[in-house]
Design a protein around this ligand. Structure first.
Ligand SMILES: Nc1ncnc2c1ncn2[C@@H]1O[C@H](COP(=O)(O)OP(=O)(O)OP(=O)(O)O)[C@@H](O)[C@H]1O
Ligand SMILES: [Mg+2]
Length: 273
């Protein structure tokens, strides 16, 4: 059999935050992502929805320059994966995920957890950070309502407190895109509502970076989200402006059961029919 001709992809949009074409990730013969094409503009605020195992974290790993796809073209902030030094690219991407959070030392102070994110940019691994960084770090902790925890050891925080610190840390480098993988997982009702409110403020601020938020739950979508991508078994069920992409029909196809979707005051809720 003749070898498959190399695929060609359209030139990436230089103004896009993300421009993925034909992205496929194959492991052990399975396509974790199957021909994903996705474009994110700087002013976009996306939610990525899908059931367990749909490929959301895998997609975010590709989008955050942590994973190379098996096939396809990935452009992040105008740079093409494979042609750019990912260590220069990563500080421009704010990422908060469970796997990154696991690596945060429990004996570090909260202030340091946030501020050390800036080291990656300036490469001052052993130096004292300057006052400007410290002030920015405190400001970000305040933005997420955890400034009073700045001197506590990270390991002593509750799950909800940790989540907020992780988001503050992801914003420390002043990234051009913020990617949050299940930021509300493990939070109680009050914690979730508080986080949704703060994420809504962030999403609605025109000076905020582009936002990509991964979740299983439509209840966690903050008002201000503009676009939705629904993923099932590594493939896109629907993607585009949230009003058209997120409907009872697309959500039902995504989760594989008939669902009713309600929207009120900018918030969503869903239940089985
Ligand atoms: N290295 C690997 N080898 C084989 N399968 C893998 C590998 N990594 C991930 N997978 C599988 O790929 C699928 C997608 O995983 P992924 O973590 O992206 O899903 P997800 O949508 O984030 O799920 P969740 O909602 O549970 O976090 C899962 O079925 C997972 O078991
Ligand atoms: Mg995941």
């Amino acid at each position: 059999m003749a070898p498959e001709a190399p695929r060609t992809y359209p030139e990436p949009d230089p103004d896009a935050v993300l421009d993925l074409a034909g992205v496929t990730v194959t492991r052990s013969g399975n396509d974790l992502l199957d021909e994903i094409s996705w474009k994110v503009a700087p002013e976009d605020r996306w939610v990525v929805l899908g059931p367990n195992g749909a490929g959301k974290t895998t997609l975010l790993s590709v989008a955050a320059a942590r994973l190379h796809p098996t096939r396809g073209r990935v452009a992040i902030l105008g740079e093409q994966l494979g042609k750019v030094d990912v260590f220069e690219l990563r500080p421009r991407i704010g990422l908060s995920s469970a796997s990154l959070a696991e690596r945060i030392p429990s004996d570090e102070t909260v202030a340091d957890v946030v501020v050390t994110a800036a080291y990656a940019v300036v490469g001052r691994f052993n130096e004292q950070y300057d006052g400007l960084d410290a002030t920015r770090g405190r400001g970000l902790l305040a933005q997420f309502g955890v400034e009073h925890l700045a001197d506590r050891l990270y390991g002593t925080l509750s799950e909800g407190e940790r989540k907020r610190v992780q988001i503050a840390r992801a914003l420390m480098t002043d990234p051009e895109v913020l990617m949050l993988d299940e930021p509300a997982a493990g939070l109680d009702l009050g914690g979730r509502e508080d986080l949704v409110r703060r994420l809504s403020t962030l999403a609605r601020d025109p000076y905020s970076p582009a936002l990509i938020l991964v979740t299983h739950h439509v209840e966690e979508i903050p008002p201000g989200i503009t676009h939705a991508l629904l993923l099932r078994k590594g493939a896109v069920v629907a993607a585009g402006p949230v009003e058209s992409a997120l409907t009872a029909e697309t959500l039902s196809s995504t989760f594989g059961l008939p669902l009713r979707l309600d929207q009120r005051d900018g918030r969503y809720s869903a239940r089985a029919l």
